[in-house]
Design a protein around this ligand. Sequence first.
Ligand code: GLN
Ligand code: ZN
Length: 761
Amino acid sequence: MASHIVGYPRMGPKRELKFALESFWDGKSSAEDLQKVAADLRASIWKQMANAGIKYIPSNTFSYYDQVLDATATLGAVPQRYGWTGGEIGFDTYFSMARGNATVPAMEMTKWFDTNYHFIVPELGPDVNFTYSSHKAVDEYKEAKALGVDTVPVLVGPVTYLLLSKPAKGVEKTFNLLSLLPKVLAVYKEVIADLKAAGASWIQFDEPTLVLDLESHKLQAFTDAYAELAPALSGLNVLIETYFADVPAAAYKTLTSLNGVTAYGFDLVRGTKTLDLIKGGFPSGKYLFAGVVDGRNIWANDLASSLATLQGLEGIVGKDNLVVSTSSSLLHTAVDLVNETKLDDEIKSWLAFAAQKIVEVNALAKALSGNKDEAFFSANAAAQASRKSSPRVTNEAVQKAAAALKGSDHRRATNVSARLDAQQKKLNLPILPTTTIGSFPQTVELRRVRREFKANKISEEEYVKSIKEEIHKVVQLQEELDIDVLVHGEPERNDMVEYFGEQLSGFAFTVNGWVQSYGSRCVKPPIIYGDVSRPKPMTVFWSSVAQSFTKRPMKGMLTGPVTILNWSFVRNDQPRSETTYQIALAIKDEVEDLEKAGITVIQIDEAALREGLPLRKSEQADYLDWAVHSFRITNVGVQDTTQIHTHMCYSNFNDIIHSIINMDADVITIENSRSDEKLLSVFREGVKYGAGIGPGVYDIHSPRIPPTEEIADRINKMLAVLEKNILWVNPDCGLKTRKYTEVKPALTNMVAAAKLIRNEL
Ligand code: GLN
Ligand code: ZN
C-alpha cells in the first residue's frame, strides 16, 4: 500500500527561507547564499519523507516566491515591461515580477482559491511568446535524485494555469485565454521530455480548478489538453491532483475520462461528496490518491475513521490501486510540531503539523497493507477521545448565547445615509477625507520591545512606555502629514488575529506554526480549540492613549469575527458558523467598550471575509449569510454618531457586492491599486447604497513610492464613477511591512493628491 504527499511547506521549520530571501533582497547576502539555504531545505524535506516511508515524494513544490510564478517563468511568459530579453530566467526578472522594482510595479497577486496563500496572476495576451525559460522542475528532480530520492515532479496543470491567468492590458474584454492552450502545451511537452530524460517515472499535474463550477467549454479544455499531451506523456504515470473541495459530477466525468492519465487525486476532507462519485464508478486499473489527511488544518487525523474510509475505497478501486495521501499540499498547514515548546501536552496530543501528517499518511498506508502500528493507532484514539471530553473545550454559557443568535436579524436602526449625516456633524471632516488602514511600519526596535516584554526581559512599565512613545510618534507623524482620521499604528500587535486570539479564551498559540501567505510573508494562525469568550477589554487602553494625543478622530482598530475565524486554524468539531457567532459576541463587547471610552470611529477589519467564500456556488449563500450577520452583530449596539469602518483586502468582489452592502458599515476601505481599477464599476452599487468608500489609491505590497500625479490620477478616475461626498483617500492596506522611508513620502504624496483634487472640486 503506497503513500503520497501532494506538496510540502517551503519556508522551513523556522522560516529559514523567509530570512534568506529578505536578506538577499536587502542586498545583505548573495544569490549563492540564498540558493544554499533553499537547497538545504529541499534536501531535508525529501529526506524526511523518504525516512518516513513515503513512496510518492513530490519535487518542484519548493518555490522562491510562488508556484504559479514558477510556471510563468517556465513558460517564459514575462510581461514586456520587465525588460526580459530571453534566456534562463534569473532572480532579477523573477523577483521583479513578484515584487516590482524601482521603475515597474509588481504583477497582480491574488488569493489561491479559498486559502490565505497568494499567487502571482499570469498576464497573457495574444502575442505572448511562450518559450521554455526555467528548468526548475527538471533541476529539482535531478537534485533529489542525486540525494537518492526518486520524486514525483509537480507542475501547475496547463488548464489551471490558463484559467487562473488574466488577459494582458488592452485585450481585457476580447481575449480568450484558453486560445493559448496549444502554445502553452508546446512548452509543457518540452518540460515533460526533459523530466523523462532525467528518469522521472511519475508526473503530477495540479489541476485544482476542477473543483470549481466550470462551464462545459472549460471542461472541454482539459479533455483537449491531455489528449494533446498524451503522446508526450506515454511511458509516464500521470497523476492529476485536485484539492480544496469536492469535484462536481461533470468535472469528475471529464477527469476520469482523460487520455493518458493514470491516477487521480481527491481532497476527501473538504470534498466528502467526491466519495459518492467514486462509489458511483471509478475507472478500472487507475490509481486513486485518497486525500484523507487534512492539508489545511492542524488537527491530528482521526486515524480509525480514515482507515475505515480507506478500507471502503479499497473495495472499489482495488488494493493495489489505492494510495493514501494528503487532502491538499501541506503548504497550508504549520511545519513541525516538534518545535512547539509552549503548547501543553494535552493540546499537543490533539495536533499534527506537516511533519506529523507525513507520519500519519504512512501509518495509514501501513495499516491498510496489514502492518498496523497498534501503539500509534491507540495513542491517536486516546487523543481523539480526550479532545472530545476535555472541559477546556466547552463553555455552556457561550454555547447558549451563540445559539440564541441564529435565525434572528441584527441591524442598526437608522439607515446609513442618516447615520453618515449624524457622524459628519460630529467629525466635521473635509471632502475626500484621508486615512490609513491601521498599521504603521513595524521597526526592528518595536519587534524587540514586544519580544522582550513577552520573554519577561523588560517590565510592563517599560513596555507600556515604549509603546506609548511609538503611538505618540505615529500620531505626530500623521498630524504633520495632515491626515484627517488617524490610527494608532498597531505597534502592540504582532498580527491582527493573534493579538485578539491571545486575549480571548478558547485559543492556543504556537511559536513556530507559520504558514506562507505570499512571498516571504508568513502568518501564524492561532488555534481555536474551544468555546470563545472575552475575559476583559482588549484594545480600549491603547486606543484611549492614542486618542489622548490628538484632537483629530482616532480610529479604534479591531479584527472582525469572520477574519479571526478564517485566519485561524479552526475547530473541526462544530460548524464554522457557530465558532464565528461566538467570536462576534466577544468583538461586540469590545466595540461597545471602545464607544464608552469616547472612540467615535471604529474600524472592524474583515480582510478575510471574501477568501472564506466556499468554492462551490451551492454553498456560498449560506456562508455569506452567517458571515455578514456575524459582522453586523459586532456593531449593532452603537449610536448613530459612532462611525463603523470596515476594511477588506480583496481584488474581486463583484459577486459578493450585495453581501458587502448588507454588512451595513458606514465606510468601506478596500484594496484596489493592484487590480487595475476594475473594481470601480462595482462601486457604483456602493453609490446607491450611500456608504463611504475608500478604494486604495496605492499599492502597499510594493516598496515603490507612488508619485502625487499618479495618485491624483487614480482619485480622478474614481471620481468619474463615485460621488465626491462618499470617497475616502487611503492606501490599499496596512503599512506594517513597509519602511518609514517608503511610508513617509508615499503618504505625503497621497495627502498632496487629495488636497490637489479638493481644490479642483
Ligand atoms: N488594520 C490592519 C493593518 O493595517 C489591516 C490589515 C489587513 O487588512 N490585512 O495592518
Ligand atoms: Zn488589507
